[in-house]
Design a protein around this ligand. Structure first.
Ligand code: FE2
Length: 377
């Protein structure tokens, strides 16, 4: 059993105020490149960091599903500017793009050349991850998910050398998060916890983090969604849960929910958390026959008191459905994806690197059935 977690975490409300010392003293960086998205440059957060940290350039053109085209652009920029650190400020898309670009800053070629689990010839540039949403977990994992623009396929780039060097996980950064983003990223974090607990590579240590993450996320997500600016405790629990879920899935894996969500993201640019929220209950129903006991453990962690495993699992699924409804997350039919696309989605899901980790073997027909169930609602 291996549990790898080399990221130095600066966790807690207000930790972002120490970024200058973390960048220049802790990480010994003199010329960091800041990667973020337009939303965060508009809030002024990127600029306020620039005022305390000597940034050589801000790149703020990360999409909601980062593409190989963009990562290759950042790679070229990094080879030209020669930064000594990449700071990723944003949600999972920004952090994944920062980690992928750090590979290109120190190695030749395009990001498409590094698909799958790879040993890199040169260590990537160090990365400081600063998550600003409550769902990614990317600040503590060794992978990046990037949309290959040509294939419209979300590929994984994974290497033990790709863990960020450090992460500032400050729940106060969630205070201005819009409600739909709280909903989508919170459900992404919940999916990480549930899939990590039930995935085939799960172990005793990942189980511990997955159960605790489930408890924290289910206990806080509705309150955080209602008023994240005012509810300090809820946003702390949600962010803590999101990072713990990252510990869990980063060392076990995700499963069929993510295979479907990444297929939709690659083919239709569907936001990752929204797609996870849609498919989570339907994949849980599909998996139920092989992991009722595991779902019962998660139900107990969520405070559901029911002795019978199948009933406990069903209550947990119902609870997740009702949370998604209360958080105004869309259903599958709201996405307007035509049935004629189902085969492509199913094929892409089977090809996903995490498909073998799902607790119940899932083939093309299984994914087609799940898609039909999700469409029926
Ligand atoms: Fe995810």
């Amino acid at each position: 059993m291996i549990f790898h977690q080399p990221v130095k975490l600066f966790f807690g409300p207000g930790e972002i105020k120490g970024i200058q010392g973390i960048v220049h003293n802790e990480l010994q960086s003199g010329q960091p490149l800041l990667i973020t998205d337009k939303g965060l440059t508009q809030t002024g957060l990127a600029e306020s960091i620039r005022q305390s940290v000597k940034i050589i350039e801000i790149f703020d053109s990360i999409e909601q599903n980062p593409t190989s085209l963009t990562v290759n652009r950042i790679g070229a920029l990094a080879r030209r500017l020669k930064p000594d650190l990449i700071i990723g400020l944003g949600g999972g898309s920004v952090l994944d793009a920062a980690k992928a670009a750090s590979v290109l800053a120190a190695n030749p070629g395009l990001i498409e050349d590094y698909e799958g689990a790879v040993q890199l010839a040169s260590a990537p540039l160090p990365v400081l991850a600063v998550p600003t949403t409550c769902g990614t977990g990317s600040e503590v994992t060794r992978g990046a998910v990037i949309t290959d623009t040509k294939r419209r396929f979300k590929m994984s780039v994974k290497s033990p050398q790709m863990y960020p060097r450090a992460a500032i996980v400050d729940p106060d950064l969630l205070a201005t998060l819009p409600q739909p983003v709280v909903a989508a990223t919170g459900l992404d974090a919940l999916t990480h916890a549930i899939e990590a607990y039930t995935s085939r590579p799960a172990n005793l240590i990942t189980d511990h983090f997955a159960l605790q993450a489930t408890k924290l996320i289910l206990g806080s997500i509705e309150a955080a969604h209602q008023n994240i600016a005012r509810n300090k405790e809820a946003r702390e629990d949600l962010m803590y849960g999101s990072t713990l879920a990252g510990f869990a899935f980063g060392n076990s894996d995700v499963g069929a929910v993510h295979c479907l969500a990444e297929s939709l993201g690659g083919l239709f640019d569907t936001p990752h958390g929204v797609a996870n929220a849609i498919f989570l209950p339907f994949v849980m129903k599909f998996n139920l026959r092989v992991c009722a006991e595991r779902y019962k453990d998660l139900a107990v962690a969520a405070g559901i008191r029911e002795e019978n495993s199948l009933k406990a699992a069903s209550e947990l699924i119902e609870r997740i459905v009702s949370i998604s409804r209360n958080l105004n997350l869309p259903g599958f039919s709201d996405l307007g994806i035509d049935r004629s696309q189902f085969n492509r989605i199913a094929e892409s899901s089977v090809q996903n690197g995490s498909n073998p980790s799902n607790p119940r073997q899932a083939g093309i027909q299984d994914y087609l059935d799940i898609l039909e169930d999700a469409l029926a609602g």
